[in-house]
Structures are given as structure tokens and as C-alpha cells.
Design a protein around this ligand. Sequence first.
Ligand SMILES: *Cc1c(COP(=O)(O)O)cnc(C)c1O
Length: 422
Amino acid sequence: MDNAFRYQDGELFCEGVAVRDIARQVGTPFYLYSSFAFCSRLNDYEKAFGNYPHLVCFAVKSNSNLAVLNLMANQGAGADIVSGGELFRALRSGFPADRIVYSGVGKTIPEIREAIGAGILMFNVESMQELEEISRQARILGKRARISFRVNPDVNPKTHPYISTGLKKNKFGMPMGMALEAYRMAMDMDGIDIIGIDCHIGSQLTDLAPFVDALDRVKSLLVDIESFGIELDYIDIGGGLGIKYHEENAPSPGEYVRAILDHMDGLEHKIIIEPGRSIAGNAGILVTSVINIKDTGTKKFIIVDAAMNDLARPSLYEAYHAIHPVSRGDAVHEAVDIVGPICESGDFLARNRLFPRIARGDLLSVFSAGAYGFTMSSNYNSRPRAAEVLVRGQEFAVVRARETYDDLIRGEKVLDWTCERL
Ligand SMILES: *Cc1c(COP(=O)(O)O)cnc(C)c1O
């Protein structure tokens, strides 16, 4: 998988295509995805489950490009969505509704109606109020809604505080102590079929212990729930498996799935997982060009044409992304900051990085950018969002055109007003 992006004679390739050739045709910046890398990571999960009943629901928020989603759907994955917009994308890209699970802490009434209307596999319900709304909307639509409760197992995933979700203090899920009563009440609600139990404890977890802890807690709750006559089909353990950005030692999908299956203790519930980053993260890079090199005497800045609006993770989480020139050259390394053109000091892709000497116009590749890259991008500083490109073997296709200036102002209008007298 990790060799979907590799150097041949000093030139970076994505599968069988030279990154430089794509840059020449598409311009920079652009996201570049390897279909092989996406499929092989998904396949690692599938293989590890073997015959055990399961559904791998790709977390759409990690990479929601239609071509990527379509690839995942074609390979048999399901989709984990967190909004009506993601439902729209998931259906458009070919996921059957009965392979879509809907997570998310604030589902609006229109979103709930759309999902019931589509006939999704299940809602991961966050609270009693939400369940009451789902029940009400199901009755109005004359349909049934399948649900699980998302419980908060209160385990510490030891990840960045912004991406931990399974602690008591987090906004997500239902406290374990309330869940039994919630299931009991849900039994009598119209239009509701209770089919599972769900949790999701965080993201970029590089240790299996928190997953196993969470599963143990969910399992003991499940036994209590079933003891009063509800039979559950699914245990959804969410996403969150980490990847190697830098020096992390992330478990493989196979190790993760084996740890889960080893802790099922004879239970035979169908397992749903919702991986995003661990499939998409290392399946994509961001390619950017050097605009200028600026030496202030105290520091050297490489100013590139990708910025925090394109890749927010360094600014938002102080996340590390490996960055290398697309053409390997000079062996001499010097400490630099690699920054974008945005008017914020927080606009950087890398700080104090030892980097080979390069020149204006050189291409750089920002690695591990396939997840939470494009999907978190914005138009800040009125920067058109980057193009997205998908490679398969020797071929590539632009799967999202670079935005134009007209795209920037879509929906806006000039009123030609002057202010009323003050
Ligand atoms: C974000 C999220 C995921 C995916 O998390 P990754 O860390 O990308 O695997 C899965 N499920 C839920 C509910 C999420 O919010």
C-alpha cells in the first residue's frame, strides 16, 4: 500500500504515473489519490474479517470525492455519513442505502427525513430526544427506521484532545449509565427497530488497547440489553485506527480486526467498522509548487502555492506531514518553514524541517494527505479549492476540477446599495 507513492530514479510516481506529468497537465496545487492504495487498505480489512459477518463503512468525511466513494462502493464497502450532504454524496456515488449508517451529534429534521426516505441501514442515535424525532418522522413518512444507540464508553484514546470523542466530557454519544434505560424506552417507540449498539472513541489511535476496552464495555452493556428481550444484530465499533504520518507505529487493519475478533468471546453479532483515515490517509498526497524562497536572516521560508485553506491539519492540530521534493536532488539539508500565502502566521505546512535545497517552481509533495485534506479545505483568502486527481495504474483522471473565480462567488450578488443615513 505505502508503495503506491514511490520514487523511481529520483522522480516521484503514483502507481505508474509520474507526479510531474500530472502537475504539468493539471497545474498546482492538487490532491492526488491512488485507487490501488484505497482498495488495498479496504481489502486488508475485508481479508482480516474473512467469513466473520461484517460491514466496513468507509467514513465519508475523511474523503468525500465522488470518484473515491464510487471506488469504495464498487469494492463492496458501506458508508458512514454524518450529514445530509454526505448522504447525498453516498447515494450519488453508488452506495446502496442498506450499506449506509448515519452517525453525527446533531441530525436536523430534514436530514432525518432524507435518511429515512432513502432507507438507510441504521441511525447511530445520540440521545433520547433525537430518537423521539426519528420516531416522529418515521411515523409521518409511514416508514420504519433502524437504529442503534451511540454510547460513550468513557475510555481515553490518548490521542490529540480535539480528535478524542469517547470521554465522558466529550459531546458525543450517550453515557453508559443512561443507555440501558434508553434501550428499554426505545422498545415501545413507533416506527423504530432497534438493531444494534454503537461507539466511536476517537481518531488517529495508534494503540489497540482503547478499542478493546471500549468493546469490552459495549459487550457487557449488550448482554444487559439482550437480557430484557431486545435482540441486537450489529455491534458498530466506529473508526479511529491511526496511520503513520511520521514516527507513529500504527497497528495494521489486520491486527486491529484480529484484536476485535479475539475479544468477541463467542458473541456472533455482525460487526460494523467505520474507518476513514486508515483507508484514505496514506492513499493521497497534496502536490504544490514553490512560489518563492525567503530568507529573513533568522529563518528561511519556502512559500508554496498550497496553504492552510487547502490542508488545515498542520494549523489545526499541529499535525506532521512528511514533505519531499517531487524530484529528489540536492543532498544538503537546511532548516526551513514551509508556508502558504495566507495572511495568518498559523498558515504553515511544516516548521523547522530539514529540507534539501530547492528552487522557485520546484514541485513538492505533502504526504499522508488523503484523509481530512480536501474535505477540510476552504476558500479562505478567496483561494479557489485545489483540483483532485485519481490514478489507476498508468491512467489518471481529474475527479474534481480546480475551482474557478466564478465558483468563488456562486450564489453571491451585488446589491449596489449605499448605506442608509446613519
Ligand atoms: C470521524 C468518524 C469516523 C472516522 O474516523 P477515522 O479516524 O477517520 O477512522 C468514524 N465514525 C464516526 C462516528 C466519526 O465521527
